[in-house]
Design a protein. Structure first.
Length: 156
């Protein structure tokens, strides 16, 4: 039925597949831990303090109702999977730039200067993203941020 040679090849393939899945799962676990320990984000050669919006409640609330967002501050929305997430300016008191980031940490779309009075209009990218970053209005313009730029998550 199977020769020793065929069994050896089959065994090597099985070990390789198991090893691949273990490494992949370990990397996903590490990324999850890194997100929870995230304190800063580096984008357009600027380092910003980051506040995380991890739960559906925090994501729905976002920056709504706040008086300001300083130039060195940001809010990062972290989703379970990549999709075309839409954002609006409900209950916002100041304009912001909204930056959609793919699961490989590339900027996929930028909505510059989203104004509170634009509500109920919503903004969404044409490409999937896993992260959405809100920064002060004009950040993208001042720092020449463009689609395709890389973003780095920093734990300290």
């Amino acid at each position: 039925m199977f020769s020793k040679n065929n069994l050896s090849v089959l065994l090597v393939v099985i070990i390789f597949i198991i090893g691949f899945f273990l490494v992949t799962e370990n990397n996903n676990f590490t990324k999850t831990i890194e997100i929870k320990n995230l304190n800063y984000i580096r984008i357009a050669e600027k380092t910003l303090k980051v506040e995380l919006a991890l739960t559906p409640e925090a994501q729905e609330r976002g920056l709504s109702g706040r008086k300001e967002l300083k130039e060195d501050e940001s809010m990062l929305f972290v989703f379970d999977h990549a999709d075309k997430y839409a954002f609006w300016m409900k209950d916002m008191n100041f304009p912001i730039d909204i930056i959609w980031i793919s699961d490989d940490f590339k900027v996929v779309y930028i909505k510059k200067d989203a104004k509170p009075e634009s509500y109920p209009e919503s903004f969404a990218p044409s490409n999937d993203s896993k992260y959405v970053l809100e920064v002060f209005s004009s950040f993208s313009e001042k720092n020449n941020l463009k689609e395709g730029d890389m973003v780095e998550f920093l734990s300290s």
